[in-house]
Write a new protein. Structure first.
Length: 153
């Protein structure tokens, strides 16, 4: 299974989500990548605050490189998790078919089904925002994997 994490810049939330889910799921044969709906930070490594937050948890995302989401990602991935409603709308707007659209989900709905809750953008805030992003993504990815493993059984 291949999973893509999507946010706006691909330097804060989605590379954190990529690193967090990868750390929990490589042994399950799950592949994880991330992308941004914008090209603002194309080619850049993750924000140092994102890198530091995950380094404290034993996860290294310092070598990831930002890229922009493209329609080819609908073909390459089974599930596309967006961090907020704006990312969701931007990805859905690029969908070519209902099959594409069915791959797109809000990540926080894994934790709080049907809530359409968001992973708040931490870019313009302080370090606590990155810690909050970590905790939310950690819980949401735990729930996702729990549900996935129950489906397989
Ligand atoms: P991200 O955070 O979408 O979680 O990577 C942001 C990074 C950059 C900007 C906005 C959000 N920006 O406006 O440059």
């Amino acid at each position: 299974m291949k999973i893509l994490m999507v946010c706006l810049g691909n330097i804060c939330r989605s590379p954190m989500a990529e690193g967090i889910l990868r750390a929990k799921s490589t042994h399950l044969g799950i592949e994880v990548d991330s992308a941004g709906t914008s090209s603002y930070h194309y080619g850049e490594n993750p924000d140092v605050r994102a890198v530091h937050t995950l380094r404290k948890k034993g996860i290294n995302i310092s070598n990831l490189i930002a890229r922009q989401f493209t329609t080819a990602d609908f073909d390459a991935f089974d599930i596309i998790f967006t961090m907020d409603k704006s990312n969701y709308d931007n990805v859905i707007a690029l969908a070519r078919s209902n099959q594409d659209k069915q791959k797109v989900r809000m990540l926080v709905n894994e934790l709080h089904p049907g809530s359409n809750g968001e992973v708040p953008d931490p870019y313009f805030g302080g370090d606590q925002g990155f810690e909050d992003v970590y905790n939310l993504i950690d819980e949401a990815t735990d729930k996702f994997l729990m549900r996935l493993q129950n489906e397989v059984q």
